[in-house]
Design a protein around this ligand. Structure first.
Ligand code: 57M
Length: 359
């Protein structure tokens, strides 16, 4: 909004020329989102406690989690307000991709909100059924995929990291591929959100990586130099990624161990879906498996555990899935699991940045 209000005044106040620059607006999107979370956080936590939106802890989890019962959850509402607020304030609102990422952020947030509400407020321990949640996510993700493919100039080729000459064109099948990426990322972050700060840390790291991807993909000269897809209009998504970073740091301020608030499905589904759609827009779809490698590891640990459990009628690969519970049951203190997973996330993000040069 400020871009539209203040940049046109640069002819009279030359300082306002700065509002043209994506870098400037991204930095202020980071700071704005952080401040919204930091300043609103205490009130939101008090409000969630007052409304008794307290986490229900399943008995079959690590014993150390039982003391977390009652921790306010659904703090993801704060994250969504901060990200949407900062994006609306600093991005070019005539940009198609900005409305696509906001649609995913809020749409997946709503699905998570309904699940949390049923589980935490109506005390229905399961919330939405797994199938119901998956259907809602898939329908929304398919709509997003169709909107992207219908967008003038959107490229349905899939970028393969390290192999610049391998880029299969999926055509309309890109819609199905897009839905898989968005729903997969959403659920992988959801599964990862099982320890204090364990999801928001790597989400913030991934948002830094995709802020850089969005900036270079939207800059025709840099894209040409790096031999990556130039996506006209993608540069504005840099501001959305900045808002994700700011909100992630702001939420981590309260979600850091010992957490004062959990993000809930409203947060995890929303953030995961947002990373998925940003990966599609920046044409860095496959690299998401590297940037979000920690989420992939957590989701695969569940898939292998459940599969092996069923195949062997009760035997387990891990002491418990997802992977973070396995290390907890091995005796690693919660903060140690969290920080070591963050270190892995940072290393994977750095590796993913190298794909920009290694082609
Ligand atoms: C998402 N939710 C956390 C919190 C957070 C198939 C199976 C693997 C599914 C999986 C599952 O139910 N996943 C749901 C993970 C939960 O966190 C809430 O959920 C939101 C995110 N969606 O925002 O509101 C618990 O995680 C802890 N937590 C923190 N700090 C945080 O900042 O400590 C969360 C955020 C919270 C809190 O204790 O209650 C979760 O873990 O459920 N199920 C599981 O992951 C269960 N594993 C399991 O069943 N493993 C079996 C299967 C695979 C065969 C096995 O390995 O034998 C674990 N989760 C729970 N209890 N709650 C273990 C059992």
């Amino acid at each position: 909004m400020l871009y539209h209000l203040l940049y046109p005044l640069h002819t009279t106040i030359s300082a306002f020329n700065v509002f043209r620059y994506i870098t400037f607006r991204s930095i202020y999107a980071i700071l704005t989102a952080f401040l919204i979370c930091f300043l609103l956080g205490p009130w939101v936590i008090r409000r969630l406690s007052y409304l008794q939106v307290g986490q229900y802890i399943r008995e079959d989890g690590p014993q150390s989690h039982l003391q977390k019962a009652g921790t306010p959850t659904m703090g993801g509402v704060l994250i969504i307000i901060a990200v949407a607020g900062a994006t609306l304030l600093w991005a070019d609102l005539t940009n198609f991709f900005i409305w696509i990422v906001l649609l995913v952020l809020i749409g997946f947030g709503l699905i998570g909100f309904v699940d949390d509400y049923l589980m935490q407020v109506k005390k229905r321990s399961k919330g939405l059924s797994g199938r119901g949640k998956l259907i809602l996510q898939t329908v929304l993700a398919l709509v997003i995929g169709i909107l992207l493919v219908l967008h003038a100039g959107f490229d349905t080729h899939v970028t393969m990291p390290f192999f610049k000459n391998v880029s299969p064109d999926l055509g309309w099948w890109y819609v199905v591929f897009a839905a898989f990426v968005i729903v997969g990322a959403s659920n992988a972050v959801n599964l990862t959100d099982g320890l204090d700060g364990l999801a928001i840390g790597p989400v913030t790291v991934a948002a830094v990586a995709y802020m850089i991807f969005a900036y270079v993909a939207g800059h025709i000269k840099i894209a040409e130099y790096l031999q990556i897809h130039f996506v006209s209009g993608c540069g504005e998504v840099t501001i959305f990624c900045g808002a994700l970073i700011g909100a992630g740091l702001g939420f981590l301020w309260f979600n850091a161990y010992p957490a004062q608030v959990f993000m809930g499905d409203v947060g995890s589904l929303s953030l995961g879906g947002s990373l998925g759609v940003v990966a599609l827009i920046t044409k860095q779809e496959i690299v998401l498996a590297l940037v979000g490698g920690l989420f992939v590891m957590e989701a695969l640990s569940v898939i292998f555990q459940v599969g092996y459990f069923k195949l062997t009628k009760g035997r387990r690969i891990f002491r418990m899935a997802p992977l973070h519970h396995h290390f907890e049951l091995k005796g690693w203190p919660e903060p140690k699991v969290i920080v070591r997973f963050w270190i892995i996330a940072i290393a994977l993000a750095l590796l993913s940045m190298s794909t920009l040069k290694l082609r």
